[in-house]
Design a protein around this ligand. Structure first.
Ligand SMILES: Nc1ncnc2c1ncn2[C@@H]1O[C@H](COP(=O)(O)OP(=O)(O)OP(=O)(O)O)[C@@H](O)[C@H]1O
Length: 592
């Protein structure tokens, strides 16, 4: 058959499908029953035709092939229809049962594939998540998974049933007329060679098509999410043109796949037709010479008729399998990609921490773009330090490194004097609370969004956290804490989202606070309240603040001014103002 990637197939089978072998085995048993019931049609046709073409209907005995049984000819008028109905029922029931069994097994296997893929993406490198267009991963879950599902089902359903049906039909064909059967058997395999070639080509084309589907998903997502900007700037024409180019490319690749795929059925049609023509000619000649009966001919045609759909299904199985393998290839590429940031085997877990944070001559690049260039600073236990500086200086990157979303290329990021590379990542992050500019919320209730800081928090604790974060607006919502946040929190305003995110951080009660423009979206009155809450919260905690509005960092114990990934000035507000250099210049600019 096809030239499938055996290693990939074996791996897929042993990783995901083997544990459901009982369901597959039962499915195979019912496939076998279906195959035998299908092949029995030929025998019934032969018996019926021989009986009908005999000169004395209703007289004597009729031999039932294979069973070595003779029945009175008169009884055939009801025995034969009963047998046909009986076998049809056996076939229907076994077909239904095998479909359910195989689908159950495949669906169970695919749930594990999806679980593994999702947790690989969520638990693996942050860099992988941000590097690819989000649509590519969504497409993997929808399109690639569909292709793998289709291929697995077809293999489970068609392979055993197809092969057994064909074998049973071929066996009966040999029993009727071995010479004729031999002729049919020679024609079919010759016709299969191009079918195999088509399958192999399809795999390459299908890989490109799936890649493009991922890009399309990203493009559509972007188009719908950017609706506001698009309308405000009258960008409909630009959006339409981008989408149209994507649709055109999709159609082109679809047709490319289809051109290969569409060849398979006509090819098999021609082969089937040629076999039928040969059978007519050969059997007609043998019947005329008295070497075969009309029953043999009818039985032969019925056997070819029963085997043909299965042969065709086996032919297209090759291309479906190759499409599934291309998808599987992409899935395994994600599963197998090594993590750059991973826990060491002997990673340490810290139960309680002092809360000292230090960057010691840290260098870091995103790809080829250097971002941190020998950055050094430290925050003592309980201190509040501020990172300020121009846009792109690397301030948010500092938080990424503290959370160990990335590792330093050189130098050390230290927590309580331990390099964070020696700490277990979950443990490290459990000691930190992040409130960021985008204040991301999940599409769940506000209560759950706050509780993400502490899953077992009581209602009373939630209320206290909300008060601390000035979340009084929640009481005015018709559903209060049960209001859903919407995708990414879109049902709330930017300021409201930020306050929910602050409540979440308050609930987490971690010894280190990372505030990345945490109050940037708040109005003046909310900001005053939240600022006060954050100041109270930061008592006794080491707090790192990133702020553009310098008024919010005046009271910091120390301010580090960053430029091009290094500290260019440090000191408290008064000292830096007296120094009258970079920081003082920034303050003056904001006041002017
Ligand atoms: N995921 C990423 N991949 C590639 N480059 C990135 C990524 N994140 C940030 N950068 C680049 O790194 C540099 C520093 O970014 P960073 O967000 O740390 O700056 P920042 O000082 O926080 O800026 P801002 O004040 O505007 O938020 C920028 O030039 C940015 O383009």
């Amino acid at each position: 058959m096809a030239k499938p990637d055996n290693k990939l197939l074996r791996r897929f089978a042993s990783d995901w499908m083997a544990k459901h072998w009982r369901l597959f085995a039962l499915g195979a048993l019912f496939s076998a029953i279906t195959a035998l019931a299908v092949a029995s049609y030929g025998l019934m046709v032969k018996t019926g035709l021989d009986w009908l073409s005999a000169s004395e209907h209703g007289q004597g005995m009729v031999k039932i092939p294979l069973l070595n049984l003779s029945v009175p000819s008169g009884k055939m008028i009801w025995l034969l229809p009963c047998a046909v109905v009986g076998f049809a029922m056996i076939r229907s029931i076994s077909l239904y049962t095998q479909t359910i069994l195989n689908n159950s097994a495949v669906q169970k296997g695919l749930v594990s594939v999806q679980d593994a893929l999702f947790s690989r993406l969520i638990e693996g490198d942050y860099q992988r998540l941000t590097a690819a267009a989000s649509g590519e991963f969504v497409s993997q879950f929808i399109n690639d998974m569909n292709l793998v599902r289709e291929a697995s089902l077809r293999v489970a359903t068609n392979l055993i049933k197809g092969i057994l049906t064909v074998l049973a039909c071929v066996a009966t064909m040999f029993w009727y007329d071995w010479a004729l059967a031999l002729m049919v058997l020679v024609v079919y395999p010759i016709a299969f060679a191009p079918v195999v070639q088509i399958g192999n080509r399809l795999r390459k084309v299908s890989k490109a098509a799936q890649q493009q589907t991922g890009e399309m998903t990203a493009l559509l997502n972007e188009g719908f999410q950017g609706g506001r900007t698009s309308k405000a700037f009258n960008l409909e024409a630009y959006q339409n043109a981008r989408a149209h180019a994507g649709f055109l490319e999709r159609a082109r690749l679809y047709l490319k796949v289809l051109r290969s795929k569409a060849l398979v059925d006509p090819l098999l049609e021609v082969v089937g037709g040629a076999a039928l023509a040969g059978v007519f000619a050969f059997t007609g000649w043998r019947i005329m010479n008295g070497e075969a009966t009309v029953g043999d001919f009818g039985g032969f045609i019925a056997a070819i008729g029963a085997a043909s759909p299965e042969v065709r299904a086996l032919g297209t199985l090759n291309s479906v399998t190759n499409e599934g393998l291309a998808a599987l290839d992409r899935i395994y590429a994600v599963l197998d990609a090594p993590d750059e940031v991973a826990d060491k085997a002997d990673a340490t877990k810290l139960e309680n921490i002092e809360g000292r944070i230090a960057f010691d001559n840290v260098f870091f690049s995103y790809g080829d773009q250097p971002v941190l260039n020998g950055l050094s600073f430290s925050a003592e236990k309980g201190q509040t330090i501020a990172l300020v500086g121009p846009s792109g200086a690397g301030k948010s990157t500092v938080f990424n490194m503290a959370l160990r979303l990335y590792d330093a290329a050189n130098g050390h990021v230290l927590l309580d004097d331990i390099d964070v590379r020696h700490l277990e990542r979950h443990n490290l992050r459990s000691h930190m609370s992040l409130v960021s500019q985008d204040a991301f919320l999940f599409d769940d209730t506000l209560r759950t969004n706050i509780k993400l800081g502490k899953m077992d928090a009581s209602e009373a604790e939630i209320i206290v956290a909300m008060e601390g974060a000035a979340c009084d607006f929640v009481h005015d919502l018709p559903d209060g804490l049960d209001t859903r946040a919407g995708e990414g929190g879109r049902n709330l305003s930017g300021g409201q989202r930020q306050r929910i995110a602050i409540a979440r951080a308050i609930l987490k009660d971690a010894p280190i606070l990372l505030l990345d423009e945490a109050t940037s979206a708040l109005d003046a009155s909310s900001e005053a309240k939240v600022q006060k809450a954050l100041e109270t919260l930061s008592h006794g905690r080491t707090t790192l603040i990133i702020a553009h509005r310098l008024s919010t960092v005046r009271s910091a114990d120390k301010i580090f001014v960053l430029d091009k990934g290094r500290v260019v000035e440090e000191g408290d507000h008064e000292t830096l103002m007296q120094k009258n250099a970079v920081y003082a210049e920034l303050v003056k600019l904001q006041l002017s």
